[in-house]
Design a protein around this ligand. Structure first.
Ligand SMILES: O=C(O)CCC(=O)C(=O)O
Length: 277
């Protein structure tokens, strides 16, 4: 098991794939988003001035962006966090400001090799804005065993990560296996959840221009020290293809799809995996 996350300067996609991806451990890559217009343009003032009346939906509520910005930095544990806002659906004006990540250029989520019901064509990139005290406190791994690349545009963000091997100590929800039963990992009663002490947290902070790669199945939660603006991109590649496929197969089984169909799907997914990137 690793005890800290390796940091590398801007690396090529082929180096990422050959040297880092096979280990399936988190990695910070710095400097790979410097060409994104967002790196020069985005700040709280930019959002407040350009989109003061923008209506957005997050945390199961409707928000006004201007009002959110005036209240977000209150520093308390209950500070609101603009999270998981699907940029192409809710904030398409921002799409030109986000460039490509070379590591997700061939994101298989939209691939024709993927059965249609497993494809995701919208909402792959999400916006997160928060101030001191806010965060994504719910420890989780990304739905359906997707990888995620989190690129920090402004400010810093603190992460706590746990390896998949720590799952037995993290109070995995029986109903939602990618979530912990501990709702806020930034403030919970250690006496109520004593097994967490047996797990090995990996803490790190990412700063402006950093991209954190979190592989499928790695638990994570976040907290902000001050203003933070970032973009997260979900990703499917050869390395999480079969695992994600099996996750869907379990879901299809639970909804009554016959076993012979599931067996064929499994054979198909394994047959095409070797030819993918
Ligand atoms: O950036 C954050 O605060 C949390 C992002 C996250 O957990 C995710 O995209 O899976």
């Amino acid at each position: 098991m690793i005890s800290e996350v390796e940091r590398v300067a801007d690396i090529s996609d082929s180096l990422f794939r050959s040297q880092f991806l096979p280990a399936q451990v988190p990695l910070v890559i710095s400097g790979c988003i410097e060409q994104w217009p967002a790196r020069k343009k985005w700040s709280l003032d930019y959002f407040a001035n350009q989109f003061p009346g923008k209506r957005l939906r997050f945390s199961e509520k409707q928000w006004n962006l201007g009002e959110f910005i005036t209240t977000m930095g209150c520093g308390s544990e209950s500070a609101p966090y603009l999270k998981e806002v699907k940029i192409d659906e809710q904030f398409p004006e921002l799409m030109p400001d986000i460039g490509e990540l070379r590591f997700t250029r061939t994101n298989l989520l939209t691939s024709r090799w993927l059965p249609r019901s497993m494809r995701i064509s919208k909402g792959i990139k999400a916006l997160f804005i928060g101030g001191a005290g806010s965060g994504f406190g719910q420890l989780h791994w990304d739905y359906s065993y997707l990888h995620v690349f989190i690129s920090q545009i402004r400010g810093e963000k603190d992460f706590v990560l746990y390896a998949p091997e720590d799952t037995p100590y993290l109070y995995q929800s029986p109903a939602y296996p990618n979530k912990s039963l501990i709702e806020d990992f930034n403030a919970f009663d250690q006496l109520k959840f004593p097994n967490v002490a047996k797990a090995s947290p990996i803490r790190l902070t990412i700063g402006e221009g950093d991209t954190l790669f979190i592989p499928a199945g790695w638990w994570h939660a976040t907290k902000m020290r001050g203003t933070s603006i970032s973009v997260a991109e979900s990703a499917l590649d050869k390395s999480n293809w079969c695992r994600r496929g099996d996750w869907y197969i379990d879901k299809y089984r639970a909804s009554g799809v016959p076993e012979w169909k599931l067996a064929l799907l499994k054979i198909y997914l394994r047959a095409v995996q070797p030819i993918l990137r």
